[in-house]
Ligand binder design. Structure first.
Ligand SMILES: [Zn+2]
Length: 401
């Protein structure tokens, strides 16, 4: 892999924007930033553009097509939060070398009840039986089974269907407690799906490390924000999904964008344009206000979309992360804070020391965009180039996924 110089480019380094500098990439990692001229290098003109760390989508359900699609939108790693090991085990081996796929981390199966969420949404997915737990003594075996499948963290779903327009058998709180303890026993984070205040309180009581959605059934209270802040947990609100659940998705606007449309198949454009609409539109305001309050209280908020398979309406891999950034800004984040939520913050919370920042020695997962996304968050879609591990993706050759 030859040396490349990204010349005369402003850098958003994962926290702030620099003046124009030269950035050297060699051997798949970032070399000097603002150093001397390099002679034996391919030069990429960065004038008028901004270089950012590759974007991180902290909540998806991934497969090979998803990771290919994500990378064309500058998402260089997805955190999968429930998938089938038959898919994920070979996929992990493939992403280690495939330069046209985003990287991935995964929980493998999530813990839910035999007929619980998300089984009601996965009818067409030909899933094997998901392993589960019926009494606390089985929790360690569940966690160890997922670790044997390569899980990087553990996922638990606390969902009675209330917010999803149905009624489902939910995990008992003592089982949630047990799986959090069992995950921590093995040094793994345990991340909880919760869409209601009641489910959030179960996750807090259990000591979960992060929330993979945000409650949308009620407005927040100062007490609940304080409790989340004091717990140290992070939150991946998935505003894109909450917008879909409340019939407020702006996926149709994304799907109509000339920077999105050519990269997605008609099926994905249609999927992106739809909404679940299980709840009232006014409830989306609850979520925006809660995200703002969490941010103000110092809670780490991570950008994630819950992009999944076709049929999970309102999202498409890669494209929706750009929508999520806009929704964070709508909630009151500065554009720079929204970018942090998709770069340095998730990298730090998931222990990826070589990602999420532009600094010497970091992996060269990079995006180059026209304009300044710290002034206009919409600029993130104006992708001029994407690099994964220092290998530049041929954006001109992208065909709809
Ligand atoms: Zn999900």
């Amino acid at each position: 892999m030859g040396k490349q110089v990204l010349a005369d480019v402003r850098v958003f380094d994962g926290s702030r924007l620099t003046e124009p500098v030269d950035v050297v990439v060699e051997g798949g990692v970032i070399g000097s930033i603002g150093g001397g001229q390099a002679h034996d290098a391919e030069v990429v003109d960065g004038a008028g553009a901004t270089l950012l760390p590759g974007l991180i989508d902290a909540h998806t359900h991934a497969d090979e097509a998803a990771l290919r699609q994500a990378l064309t939108f500058g998402v260089t790693i997805e955190f999968d939060l429930a998938s089938m090991p038959d898919t994920m085990i070979p996929l992990r081996a493939e992403v280690a070398t495939a330069a046209d796929l985003a990287d991935v981390r995964s929980s493998s199966f999530g813990l839910t009840t035999p007929h619980g969420h998300p089984h009601q949404l996965r009818g067409g997915q030909n899933d094997p039986d998901w392993p589960t737990v019926t009494e606390p003594g089985e929790a360690q075996a569940f966690v160890d089974g997922r670790i044997a499948e390569g899980a990087d963290y553990i996922k638990v779903l606390i969902e009675d269907g209330h917010t999803l327009g149905t009624s489902l058998p939910a995990l008992a709180p003592d089982l949630v407690d047990a799986v959090v303890r069992a995950g921590h026993e093995r040094g793994k984070m345990v991340l909880a799906h919760a869409l209601t205040v009641a489910a959030t309180e179960i996750a807090l009581d259990a000591g979960a490390d992060g929330l993979t959605h945000l409650f949308v059934d009620q407005p927040h209270t100062p007490q609940l924000i304080e409790r989340i802040a004091d717990s140290g947990m992070f939150v991946i609100p998935t505003l894109s999904t909450l917008a879909s659940i409340t019939g407020r998705s702006d996926g149709a606007d994304l799907a109509a964008d000339a920077r999105v449309r050519p990269k997605l198949s008609p099926e994905w454009l249609d999927n992106l344009s739809r909404s679940w609409a299980f709840q009232q539109p006014e409830q989306f305001r609850y979520a925006l206000d809660t995200v703002a309050a969490l941010h103000a209280a110092g809670v780490d908020v991570l950008a994630g979309t819950d992009a999944s398979h076709l049929g999970a309406y309102g999202m498409a891999h890669g494209a929706s992360l750009h929508g999520e950034l806009r929704l964070l800004v709508l909630a009151g984040f500065t554009p720079a804070a929204a970018l942090n939520a998709a770069t340095s913050v998730p990298a730090a919370r998931f222990g990826l020391a070589d990602r999420g920042r532009i600094r010497p020695g970091a992996r060269a997962d990079l995006i180059l965009v026209d304009g300044d996304p710290t002034a206009n968050i919409g600029a993130t879609l104006s992708l001029r180039a994407v690099w994964r591990g220092g290998v530049r993706l041929d954006l001109a050759a992208v065909t709809p996924a």
